[in-house]
Design a protein around this ligand. Structure first.
Ligand SMILES: [Zn+2]
Length: 272
């Protein structure tokens, strides 16, 4: 489990799973939270229970994203209507007594409620969270290269400002384990897409040319730039340097298995 010191003094429980500590087997082992694979549903529910228990999470309503590399975020506030979400039958799993929902076409969740667990998925893409220390609201965000080029971290901050009157000086954030610049290779068209979302001097800091139309990209740095540009204070962002492709026994990595079967890691968040 990957945890963040920056939230230690605040009423929030948050962590990102790795591959350790669960009961899943083979390419999904030992910890896989992706319950969308029908043949992994039972074990994924067990691993989710192990993970949320280890974080001290007590809420019984879990809301998970079905991610599409969009910049769509959903706010779950006190008036939220759960009827529109897909609900899963967990009565025969270790999550018995919980409610488990998924939200289609969404890459980030925001809540000010303390009876909800936010759940997002990762296997190389960048996990982001943003927490308002004054308004006590949290955003959990999935930001791969597409999401980063759509500046989904900024979209989340704007939503916090609009919906909860968040002030940037009160925000703290985290950037979790993800594919690092050491390993994360992309093609020329990706560079072109970033040129429309970042300044030229930023693009030259984010990409390193390798020849043959290939580039290494630093998505963690791109998201840190977005946080800085949106007014987060110096020292208010905690970044995990770990690269998921470099450490395939510790983390699930989509690139490392070359698209083959694999598990997913999840950020779990509950306000308390
Ligand atoms: Zn690496």
């Amino acid at each position: 489990m990957v945890k963040f010191n920056i939230i230690d003094q605040y009423p929030i429980r948050l962590g990102i799973t790795d591959r350790l500590g669960g009961i899943s087997q083979g390419p999904y082992g030992c910890m896989n939270t992706n319950f969308y694979h029908p043949d992994q549903f039972q074990t994924a529910c067990s691993d989710i229970k192990i993970a949320i228990d280890s974080l001290g999470i007590t809420a019984k309503i879990i809301v998970a994203t079905r991610q599409t590399h969009s910049s769509n975020l959903l706010i779950i506030d006190e008036n939220f209507e759960f009827k529109g979400l897909k609900a899963y039958d967990v009565s025969n799993t270790d999550l018995k007594g919980y409610e488990l929902y998924s939200v289609d076409g969404t890459d980030g969740l925001i809540t000010n409620r303390n009876d909800i667990v936010l759940m997002t998925f990762y296997a190389d893409c960048v996990p982001l969270f943003i927490y308002d220390t004054e308004k006590k609201v949290v955003a959990s965000v999935h930001s791969g290269w597409r999401g980063t080029s759509k500046r989904i971290g900024e979209v989340a901050i704007k939503m916090l400002e609009k919906q909860y009157e968040s002030n940037a000086e009160s925000l703290i954030a985290g950037i979790g384990q993800s594919a690092g610049k050491c390993c994360y290779e992309v093609d020329e068209p990706v560079v072109e897409i970033f040129k429309s979302a970042f300044k030229p001097e930023q693009v030259s800091l984010l990409f390193e040319e390798r020849g043959g139309g290939k580039y290494l990209v630093d998505l963690k740095k791109a998201n840190q730039m977005i946080f800085n540009e949106n007014g987060l204070l110096e020292g208010s962002v905690e970044v995990k340097s770990a690269c998921t492709i470099c450490e395939p026994t510790r983390y699930h990595s989509h690139r490392y298995v070359n698209g083959g079967p694999r598990g997913s890691m999840s950020m779990f968040v509950q306000l308390i």
